[in-house]
Design a protein around this ligand. Structure first.
Ligand SMILES: [Zn+2]
Length: 87
C-alpha cells in the first residue's frame, strides 16, 4: 500500500497514505483497468460523482474507430502498390 496520499483511479477521490482501497468506492490502488471500470460504474450507480482527477478511461469504441481509421489509411496507401500481388 502507498505511503503517500493517493488519488483513486476509479472515482478520483483522495485517500490517506497507508490505505490500499478507496474509502469512497472501494477500488484498490493497484486495480486493473477492468476493475477500475467496474468500481467506477458501481460508484456512479450508487449516486457517486466521478471527479476529473480520476481521468478518462479509454472506451472500446474509441479503439474500434482508430482501428477502422488505421485500416482505411493502410488501404489508401498500400493498395495502389499491390495490384499485381492481389490479381
Ligand atoms: Zn475511489
Amino acid at each position: 500500500m502507498p505511503n503517500y496520499e493517493w488519488s483513486c483511479l476509479a472515482c478520483g477521490n483522495a485517500n490517506c497514505s497507508g490505505t490500499s482501497t478507496c474509502k469512497d468506492c472501494g477500488c484498490s490502488e493497484s486495480a486493473s483497468l477492468q476493475q477500475i471500470k467496474t468500481f467506477r460504474q458501481n460508484f456512479v450507480n450508487t449516486g457517486g460523482a466521478i471527479l476529473s482527477s480520476a481521468g478518462k478511461l479509454h472506451e472500446d469504441g474509441e479503439n474500434e474507430i482508430l482501428t477502422v481509421f488505421a485500416k482505411l489509411i493502410l488501404k489508401i496507401i498500400v493498395d495502389p502498390w499491390l495490384p499485381s500481388i492481389k490479381k
